[in-house]
Write a protein that binds this ligand. Structure first.
Ligand SMILES: Cc1cc2nc3c(=O)[nH]c(=O)nc-3n(C[C@H](O)[C@H](O)[C@H](O)COP(=O)(O)OP(=O)(O)OC[C@H]3O[C@@H](n4cnc5c(N)ncnc54)[C@H](O)[C@@H]3O)c2cc1C
Length: 492
């Protein structure tokens, strides 16, 4: 593969065997080259947007003040089909293709689209007919009036252990529920509709006591139904406003069965973890592309630095790592596309998907962080300057590793699905013919040994095994010449 294809998300996807030559995707990329990248750079430089909490007469309005160009950039993605294509084509793949292209230019901008997808999905699967009739058409609009979604779980006491940390309470009120509590990390603050983790009154104080609710920004009386306390001042992902949210007897509707809440929460997270994987690969592609264009022109010791053997070799290794990470991320997309409509109890395919999703979230985010750091080093001192963008990829990558569950969370959740559902056996079966049999058998024996250890050692020594499993899976998938028809069957 030549390094030139790295300048284009569409061309790179094509090179790794994913059908990405749809006109709408090409046009989307061209728009970012023409207009979107400039807007995104300005938003990143400007820092945290402003929150206007009151109007001139003292009424609470909670408006987020971005420049008009930001809203044009954001709405462009929805118009191009970030949400409506899922239902038109009955597939998540168009959305993940668009997310890939978005993240190549602005990894933070992929967040509002992802959390909107993660709102539409449980609404369409679990919402009562009346709820769907009321809200779905607003979110699938193809114009600038489209509604956005959000997924709010994390509270001040922490995001990893939601079972213990969620203190938001839901009280029944006829057919509706009233939520009271505070969310500490709430991305896409200001969204018209959110899915929110809360505990119905009297439910157990553990993860099984959580349920998922649909909460609109405005109540039936037209008043604000939740308040934004403040916006976070973040190192990156500035194209999504992340705030603290207050619910005070806010109107909500239960999605699915109350006792299935944790399954629904995990389904929501699945969608965003896969989006994070795709976004991490796009970010790594971008960082390598930028590093390459610099290395071709910067000279040291009489020739362009790309011609020095040490650096040349590093570029080749990065490119190989990128291709492997890409196959892992897109395998997670492919498997997700087959199972996302499943409801509990889930099939074996779903458990296989979950393991691949944890491996992909973990591996691709680590790869993105390391690649962004390396790209900055290739630029040398210039790489540390805010004016040349390459430092931005490192700031963005650091957030991709943490949100949607830290690396620890991915490893431990991956361990759980292997322990409880034997997902590793499903994975090894899935990889037969793609990796040498002896290698698969050896890795399977390692996993079994790990699962047989006492808990302290099982968790304590997990990291190396999990990394090796991710690497083996990525390399095995890379051996396939073409991914499958799943990526080629999208209509124009
Ligand atoms: C920019 C940004 C936007 C976000 N947006 C949202 C959002 O829209 N909605 C939302 O719900 N959340 C959001 N989050 C929250 C995010 O999901 C959490 O930050 C993440 O899940 C980790 O939770 P925490 O930060 O509370 O860390 P903690 O849970 O307090 O964990 C602290 C550290 O301990 C480690 N740890 C915890 N348990 C274990 C264990 N058993 N073994 C080993 N290590 C462990 C963690 O991995 C981590 O390194 C956002 C976060 C950021 C940074």
């Amino acid at each position: 593969m030549s390094f030139d294809v790295l300048c284009s998300p569409v061309q790179f996807l094509q090179q790794v065997g994913i059908c990405a030559n749809q006109n709408w995707l090409r046009e989307y990329e061209a728009w970012f080259e023409r207009e979107g990248q400039g807007i995104s750079d300005a938003v990143d430089r400007a820092g945290t947007p402003w929150l206007r909490m009151f109007d001139r007469w003292g009424a609470r309005v909670d408006e987020i003040l971005y420049p008009p160009e930001y809203w044009r950039m954001l709405k462009h993605g929805y118009r191009e089909g970030m949400l409506w294509r899922v239902f038109e084509q009955n597939s998540l793949i168009p959305t993940y293709l668009l997310l890939y292209a978005t993240a190549f230019y602005d990894p933070g901008l992929a967040c509002p689209y992802t959390v909107s997808l993660s709102t539409v999905s449980p609404l369409s699967k679990y919402g009562e007919a009346e709820l769907k009739a009321r809200f779905l058409p607003r979110m699938l609009q193809r114009d600038d009036n489209v509604w956005q979604g959000a997924t709010w779980m994390t509270e001040i006491k922490g995001g990893s252990d939601l079972g213990a940390a969620v203190e938001t309470v839901a009280q029944r009120d006829g057919n509706q529920w009233r939520l009271t509590g505070d969310k500490y990390f709430a991305s896409n603050a200001g969204a018209e509709l959110a899915v929110v983790a809360a505990r119905p009154e009297g439910a157990p104080q553990n993860v099984r006591g959580l349920s998922l609710y649909l909460v609109p920004r405005r109540g039936e009386d037209g008043q604000l139904n939740y308040r934004i306390r403040r916006l976070k001042d973040k190192i990156a992902t500035r194209s999504v406003p992340t705030g603290e949210i207050e619910f005070r007897l806010s109107e909500g509707w239960l999605l699915g069965r109350a006792e299935h809440g944790i399954y629904l929460i995990l389904e929501v997270l699945n969608l965003s973890r896969v989006a994070n994987s795709v976004g991490s690969v796009a970010l790594a592609q971008r960082a390598i592309a930028d590093a390459y264009s610099f290395a071709e022109q910067r000279t040291a010791f009489g020739k362009p630095i790309i011609e020095h053997p040490l650096l040349r070799r590093q570029f080749e290794d990065r490119l190989q790592g990128l291709r492997a990470a890409s196959r892992l991320a897109w395998e997670a997309v492919r498997l997700l596309d087959k199972v996302w409509q499943e409801k509990p109890p889930y099939s074996e395919n779903y458990h296989l998907f979950r393991l691949v999703a944890h491996l992909a979230k973990y591996w691709t985010a680590e790869f993105a962080v390391q690649t962004a750091k390396w790209a900055m080093e290739v630029y040398g001192g210039v790489g540390t300057l805010q004016e040349y963008r390459v430092e931005r990829w490192l700031r963005e990558a650091m957030i991709l590793a943490i949100w949607e569950g830290t690396p620890h969370r991915q490893m431990l959740d991956g361990l759980e699905v292997m322990q409880r559902k034997s997902a590793h056996r499903l994975l090894f079966r899935h990889l037969v013919g793609k990796a040498p049999e002896a290698q698969l058998l050896e890795m399977e024996a390692r996993v079994e040994r790990q699962l047989g250890l006492p808990e302290v050692d099982r968790e304590g020594t997990l990291e190396r095994l999990f990394g090796d499993l991710a690497s083996l899976t990525a390399d095995a998938l890379l051996s396939e010449r073409l991914i499958t028809n799943d990526f080629g069957s999208l209509s124009e």
